[in-house]
Design a binder for this molecule. Structure first.
Ligand code: BTN
Length: 240
């Protein structure tokens, strides 16, 4: 694994995509700040605080069949590391990590295609490690930071090392066998099952209400609608 570090960059994901062909498999790109941090659904990921994590991984697995599940695999890796700090992380489908119902970590994967074939992906993760209360209050959705949850400043380099180690520990296995291999671990962190939830496909979309029943072996959300019909949701934003 190679680690590239930047003081400031537009976005570690954009850098990864632009330089994908020349970057080796398992290259990690970390930045202290991003000027154009990107979130899911074209949202902005505020990236001004150099004490938080802004990281992207270049992944070029031989078997690209399970590539879509790496975001969920990363959410489990992040939850495992957060647990080492005596907090109780929970995963909100598909891959947000929350503490006390507030988001601490977001994951954005961008596939790279060549001649309509997957070459691999850039897997980006942002984690709030050290934020002040005011910055957190300015975020438009419930959010938190590890220092706020623990009452202590977090050593960023140490956290980053733990995260990379945890992610790459079982990476080959996850690449070969997909969600099925880490489903139980994922379910151990899931806090949306057995609840009434809403699914939205983007910020302007109508929210649809369902009962969250299960997660299938591919990592999809199995829900029941108001007419009692079972439905499998492949993507979207889950709202409580
Ligand atoms: C989300 O909307 O929840 C996903 C946020 C992902 C943010 C990370 S920070 C590192 C990487 N670079 C980006 O521009 N975005 C991701």
């Amino acid at each position: 694994m190679k680690l590239l570090k930047f003081d400031i960059i537009d976005s570690t994901n954009t850098y990864g995509k632009t330089n994908f062909d020349t970057l080796e498999d398992k290259t990690a790109i970390a930045a202290d700040r991003q000027t154009h941090g990107k979130g899911r659904f074209n949202r902005v990921w505020v990236s001004e605080n150099s004490e938080n994590i802004y990281l992207s991984l270049i992944l070029k697995p031989k078997n690209t069949q399970h590539i879509a599940n790496f975001t969920q695999y990363m959410s489990v890796a992040a939850a495992k590391v957060l647990e080492e700090y005596d907090v109780v992380p929970r995963i909100k489908w598909p891959n947000d990590v929350l503490i006390n119902h507030k988001k601490i970590c977001g994951i954005l994967s961008e596939g790279v295609l060549k001649n309509n074939k997957f070459e691999g992906l850039v897997l980006g993760i942002g984690i709030n490690l050290n934020c002040d209360e005011q910055t957190i209050k300015n975020i438009d959705k419930p959010a938190t930071s590890l220092n706020i949850e623990t009452g202590e400043k977090i050593n960023k380099e140490e956290f980053l090392k733990k995260l990379l180690k945890t992610f790459f520990e079982n990476y080959e296995k996850a690449a070969e066998c997909g969600f099925e291999c880490f489903r139980q671990e994922y379910l151990g962190y899931a806090d949306f099952l057995g609840k009434q939830i809403y699914i939205q496909n983007n910020d302007n979309d109508e929210k649809k209400q369902y009962f969250a029943r299960d997660i299938d072996n591919q990592g999809n959300l199995v829900v029941v609608d108001e007419q009692n019909n079972e439905k499998v949701i492949l993507s979207g934003d889950l709202i409580y």
